[in-house]
Design a protein around this ligand. Structure first.
Ligand SMILES: [Zn+2]
Length: 271
């Protein structure tokens, strides 16, 4: 599942490749990906240009001239920018024909991804339940104190809850908790103010580093790149064998059904 850094990488890459290009035609090969009726979707998008590229949580927002296309990659969604001569894959579901002759293809093996059009002024329903962006000043100690004081779930589950903070998934939740030396099963309301400060700081640092790594990897691809947003990450605990600090074996448990990696020696279980 792409997390915030992967989504940001996809966005940045697309921005560098298709900014200001016009959509001259659209083909929808698997209709459930698109929320609108096919006719409406085409009518509203054909003739529009990709003007701006924004992100909210794990949602991509393509701001066109008069409308915004919202795209969620869910499990396996990917974008490819390809020449029309490249044969379609059976997992290409939506094709945008661009004014430079290339195609932007939405590819999704699992078909869980979704696209929807919103008016620029709209407050999109899906965004109402999203917590603050990790880089925004709304993600503050005061905010965390207020939110965590009434949450008794394990901190790992809280980090995955998009209503607490937007964009964090399973990989980075493990990495953040390792960085702040907190055991993933620690109840949210057991974090003290110092923990919250470090949580905010490390969340930003880790995401920033991952975005940078993504950019670096993407730039090293060839021009026929698939904009997958998957790249080699330097991880400390997630799917790792040994703790980089103390050399102990990394423990794997399930928290809220999600595979969770941590070091029993370095991460404190607070209660
Ligand atoms: Zn350790």
């Amino acid at each position: 599942m792409p997390e915030l850094p992967e989504v940001q990488t996809v966005l940045d890459t697309l921005e560098s490749r298709i900014r200001d290009l016009e959509i001259v035609d659209i083909k929808i090969l698997y209709k459930p990906i698109v929320e609108e009726k096919e006719k409406t979707f085409k009518q509203k998008l054909i003739g529009q240009h990709f003007r701006d590229f924004k992100r909210r949580g794990k949602y991509l927002l393509f701001e066109m001239d008069d409308i915004t296309l919202v795209s969620h990659l869910r499990m396996e969604g990917k974008y490819f920018i390809l020449d029309e001569s490249v044969p379609l894959s059976k997992h290409d579901h939506v094709i945008f024909y661009l004014s430079d002759g290339k195609q932007l293809r939405y590819n999704d093996v699992r078909k869980f991804g979704r696209m929807e059009l919103i008016e620029k002024s709209d407050s999109y329903d899906d965004f109402k339940d999203l917590g603050p962006e990790p880089f925004s000043k709304d993600f503050s100690v005061a905010y965390c104190r207020n939110e965590l004081s009434r949450r008794k779930l394990p901190i790992k589950s809280i980090l995955l809850d998009q209503s607490f903070v937007a964009g964090i998934g399973n990989i980075y939740a493990d990495e953040i908790l390792f960085a702040i030396r907190i055991h993933p099963l620690t109840p949210g309301n057991c974090l003290d103010e110092e923990d919250m400060k470090r949580l905010i700081k490390q969340t930003r640092q880790i995401l920033k580093r991952a975005i940078k790594a993504g950019g670096t990897t993407i730039r090293s691809y060839t021009s026929s790149l698939g904009v997958t947003g998957r790249f080699q990450l330097s991880l400390s605990v997630h799917t790792m064998e040994k703790c980089p600090l103390c050399d102990s074996k990394i423990t794997k448990i399930a928290v809220g059904g999600r595979g969770t990696y941590f070091c029993e020696k370095c991460q404190v279980l607070k209660s």
